[in-house]
Ligand binder design. Structure first.
Ligand SMILES: Cc1cc2nc3c(=O)[nH]c(=O)nc-3n(C[C@H](O)[C@H](O)[C@H](O)COP(=O)(O)OP(=O)(O)OC[C@H]3O[C@@H](n4cnc5c(N)ncnc54)[C@H](O)[C@@H]3O)c2cc1C
Length: 485
């Protein structure tokens, strides 16, 4: 077998020359050489999408190989345990399981995992002022923002888009005026609707924080349809998380795939032919070629767009891979010696803020004290700002901001850790969030099967664990359908 160096590979590929079929690595050789059974499938990416797909195909008798760049499963489901004392842990990636997350809950039941209900906000800290949530709601208090409704934190923008909501009679047959919103951002639509700037500023901290982008990047069509379906995130969203850590879910899948899952293999190049895919991956500094009659790509487009992709891929799909919008997200987990947030006079343990940290909340609700972890979920421009700082500076800024909210916090501070997903080489972003001009076609385009290549991942379905799992299920069905007819 011929081996080539990384430099040779890049030079050859860069010149557009055909790369000699070189196979190193026993597993790749064995998989490539196995009889070209229609039931042979190579899957790239062991996040929840790739894992679900591999798990379901294996159960249906397929010969599956799943390759993953990291040395752990789960991708953006990432629970940190080691940095903390007393058995504390923190979710640095995906956290909440919503009441409607049918497939996540189904697999949790199957693997005997418990979903714990997490608390809603109990405090608001905006423009340097503070409100207890219960007082704010019960007494119909108003935030210091022009144009807001009494007792309302989320969805203050709704009344300004009522004219567009009234035009919708059938969500499957949208009028031209509504479809045209695909070419506008939420911020532009609000200006058109003569909404005060404050409404957009507040939205930046309410729903735009969840989508991890800025109001001028939020697609106005998606925004209006979200309101029509009442699907937006709000203070009433029923949230849960897996007791003991979300990483248990991907790990359970991975355990069922011990013989099929190969870690530490980073895909560098994919070449698509009509009846075969060639995939080049790097392992311990060496490139290895593996071939398969069918391929599932379950890695984010933010990474795929930087991977060499050759073959007859339609232009609209290439555009979608290159341009699909991803946001910015950073999480900070901070350990304190004492749970001062539970002391009398505290604003609460789960605070909605417009500081750099945005959402700040007690995470270790299922673990005994006295120590505890506060988590911050921040996104958009604030994640960008923190992301540009060194780890020690991120912690200094976080410590200052926490002290602004709970003045007694400083003496209990022990340290913390952050995770900026945009600097992670195997994610390079937060999650997909349809940009201006992308709402009408990009989700379907991302999901579309291209001959022997199938596409899974949250970006093909919906930016959540549920979306990732649903995409894995869809693609396992697609593969079975393509093979069995
Ligand atoms: C900070 C944060 C908070 C979130 N909060 C929530 C939440 O509260 N609730 C919720 O439901 N969802 C949340 N999400 C979204 C959720 O994490 C994702 O939608 C879901 O986990 C994506 O799964 P996936 O399989 O599509 O992608 P990933 O999990 O990214 O999996 C893709 C896999 O491909 C691998 N890969 C990438 N490049 C290569 C390569 N070149 N070669 C080989 N392998 C490669 C990666 O290492 C990864 O393992 C959050 C995400 C983040 C980042």
């Amino acid at each position: 077998m011929k081996k080539i160096s990384r430099r040779q590979f890049l030079t050859q590929a860069g010149n557009g020359l055909a790369v000699a079929a070189a196979v190193s690595g026993a597993t790749a050789r064995a998989f490539s050489a196995a009889p070209q059974s229609e039931k042979k499938v190579l899957i790239i990416g062991a996040g929840l999408a790739g894992l679900t797909c591999a798990y379901e195909l294996k159960r249906s008798g397929f010969d599956v190989m799943l390759i993953e760049a990291r040395v752990r499963p789960g991708g953006r489901v990432r629970t940190y345990r080691d940095p903390f004392a007393d058995g504390l842990y923190a979710e640095m990636g995906a956290e909440y399981v919503d009441a409607s997350d049918r497939n996540v809950r189904k697999y949790c039941r199957q693997f005997n995992l418990t979903v714990l209900t997490a608390k809603q906000y109990d405090g608001i800290y905006l423009r340097n002022r503070r409100w207890a949530m219960s007082n704010f709601k019960t007494n119909g208090l108003k935030l210091p923002y022009e144009g807001v409704m009494p007792g309302k934190l989320f969805n203050n923008e709704r009344e300004y888009i009522q004219p567009w909501l009234d035009m919708i009679e059938d969500i499957n047959n949208l009028p031209r005026e509504v479809l045209a919103l695909d070419n506008l951002s939420m911020a532009q639509l609000m200006r058109k609707a003569k909404a005060p700037k404050d409404i957009v500023d507040l939205y930046n901290y309410t729903n735009a924080t969840e989508s991890t982008i800025r109001p001028d990047e939020v697609n106005a069509l998606g925004f209006v349809l979200g309101h029509y379906r009442a699907a937006g995130f709000s203070e009433d969203t029923n949230e849960g998380r897996i007791l003991g850590g979300n990483d248990q879910l991907p790990k359970r899948f991975a355990k069922e795939l011990t013989d099929q899952l190969y870690y530490g293999r980073t895909v560098k190049r994919i070449s698509v032919h009509s009846n075969e895919a060639e995939v080049w991956y790097e392992e311990a500094g060496r490139l290895t070629l593996i071939t398969s009659p069918r391929l599932v790509i379950a890695m984010p487009f933010s990474v795929l767009r930087k991977t060499q992709l050759q073959g007859k891929i339609p232009a609209d799909k290439v555009k979608c891979i290159r341009e699909l919008q991803y946001g910015h997200v950073l999480k900070l987990a901070m350990q304190f010696k004492k749970r001062f947030w539970d002391e009398p006079g505290s604003l609460g343990q789960r605070i909605f803020t417009d500081t750099l940290l945005r959402r700040v909340y007690h995470f270790s609700i299922d673990q005994p004290g006295p120590r505890g972890i506060l988590l911050s979920f921040t996104s958009g421009d604030d994640a960008r700002k923190l992301g540009q700082m060194k780890e020690s500076q991120r912690m200094d800024r976080a410590r200052q901001k926490i002290n602004q909210i709970w003045s007694e916090s400083d003496s209990h501070w022990e340290g913390g850790v952050s995770k900026y997903w945009n600097e992670d080489p195997f994610t390079q972003g937060s999650y997909s969030s349809l940009g201006v001009g992308q709402a009408k076609t990009f989700r379907a385009l991302a999901a579309r099967q291209e001959g022997i290549i199938h596409f899974a991942g949250e970006h093909t379905s919906g930016a959540s664990m549920e979306g990732a799992i649903a995409s894995g299920l869809r693609v396992s069905g697609e593969v079975k359908q393509s093979v069995d007819g």
